[in-house]
Design a protein around this ligand. Structure first.
Ligand SMILES: [Zn+2]
Length: 411
């Protein structure tokens, strides 16, 4: 049986001005084929009927910044865990992501083509994904995990290129190598970071010539987009001026760069959640001393600067950096986006249709519309009245992915 009617629900969707109450959605072969009052929809014999009991249904969310294969980037794990352990742990990470209401992700580093293919084949429960495989880093930059001893702690196995590259020729070669590993987009570290061992978030990494070379190489190969991990203003500005499409984190953004991003249409993925959760962990003494110091420093500026960028009209998308922090709390980001100025519907839009548009997959996902994949979530309170409600995965009662029920706490 390949059809389902979900009836008696209120649809909250970014493509609608108002919630649509008392509606039904007909799903066939994984796609939405009708949305109407129940009496107006013809169903086949054997169609499964789900009574939504006046609950609320939204599109499945798209998290623009996760690391499905990561669990805190701990060196103890890198040193002690056999490779297979990382993959088995990732199965839980992916299930937790689905349970949180996220049906599609953009993986910003470490998920390879094998993970993506296995998801496509339905071998385990996981969000659909776009992958960057391995981010590009300069020597001793944010993704060079070489210790002072000379030991290299980076994840390394066939199919996963080493992250380090330098100079125009070097970055072109690495971009080709990463695209050859079937990356959907290129991720590049244009500043240091909080979890890096060799640098600090404000440090500029790669020069503008190198970044331009990456952008033009990626463009030449299937119009591939580039995303930059960037905290410091120098690294953000270099990335934007080199034509990079997405800025991740953006901590020390200033007004001049925000205006430039608004003009260029560069997306900002603020990842408020990783900043606020890392600060909480630092306060609880859960982080190593140097990491804790960096986390506290970054959190001092982040919220205010994101508010400024929002007011300047920078396009923002929902992303969490789950993997640096615990998986499965992704939709907590929505409330944090509201705290920098968004209305609840705007935050939902940034994690659904806008995210889909930014990856040019809006003909497939991102809203509840006829012809799109039936990726949807159900909850029992109107999230427009309390957006924080979606942040607790217990409140996500059902999750549908391509029409399949992949989570059911409801009946
Ligand atoms: Zn990240």
């Amino acid at each position: 049986m390949n059809s389902k009617l979900i009836k008696n629900i209120t649809i909250i969707d970014p493509s609608q001005d108002e919630p649509l109450d008392n509606r039904s959605i007909l799903v066939k072969n994984g796609k939405i084929v009708a949305i109407d009052k129940a009496t107006c929809i013809d169903i086949d014999d054997g169609c499964e009927i789900i009574d939504g009991e006046e609950n609320f249904i939204l599109p499945g969310f798209i998290d623009m910044h996760v690391h499905l294969m990561a669990n805190g980037f701990l060196f103890e794990d890198a040193m002690n865990n056999p490779l297979a352990i990382h993959f088995y742990k990732a199965l839980k990470n992916m299930k937790d992501t689905i349970d949180a209401g996220v049906t599609y992700v953009r993986d910003c580093g470490l998920a390879d083509i094998g993970v993506k293919l296995a998801q496509k084949k339905g071998m385990f429960l996981a969000p659909k994904m776009k992958i960057s495989v391995m981010p590009l880093s300069i020597s001793r930059g944010h993704f060079d995990f070489k210790l002072n001893s000379g030991f290299d702690m980076v994840m390394n196995y066939p199919g996963l290129p080493h992250p380090v590259c330098n100079g125009v020729e070097g970055v072109i070669t690495k971009t080709r190598e990463v695209l050859g590993s079937k990356a959907d987009f290129i991720k590049v570290m244009t500043t240091g970071g909080v979890v890096s061992i060799n640098d600090s978030p404000e440090f500029t990494q790669f020069n503008r010539r190198e970044l331009k070379a990456i952008v033009s190489e990626a463009k030449m190969r299937g119009n591939t987009k580039v995303s930059a991990h960037a905290h410091g203003s120098g690294g953000i500005e270099n990335a934007v001026k080199a034509g990079i499409h997405f800025i991740e984190h953006g901590t020390y953004i200033n007004k001049k760069i925000a205006k430039l991003m608004a003009d260029e249409g560069t997306y900002l993925v603020p990842t408020r959640l990783v900043i606020s959760e890392t600060k909480k962990n630092a306060e609880k003494g859960k982080l190593k001393k140097d990491l804790s110091k960096k986390a506290m420093e970054v959190s001092k500026f982040h919220k205010e600067n994101m508010g400024m960028a929002y007011n300047e009209g920078v396009k923002m998308l929902m992303g969490t950096d789950s993997g640096v922090i615990e998986h499965g709390q992704n939709l907590k980001e929505l409330k944090l986006l509201c705290e920098i100025g968004m209305e609840p519907m705007e935050a939902i839009t940034s994690g659904t249709i806008e995210a889909a548009k930014s990856m040019e997959i809006d003909n497939e996902v991102g809203s509840i519309a006829i012809g799109k994949s039936a990726d949807m979530i159900m909850t029992d309170k109107n999230p427009l009245d309390d957006i924080s409600y979606l942040g607790d995965s217990n409140n996500i009662l059902m999750v549908f992915q391509d029409g399949k029920i992949v989570k059911n706490r409801f009946n």
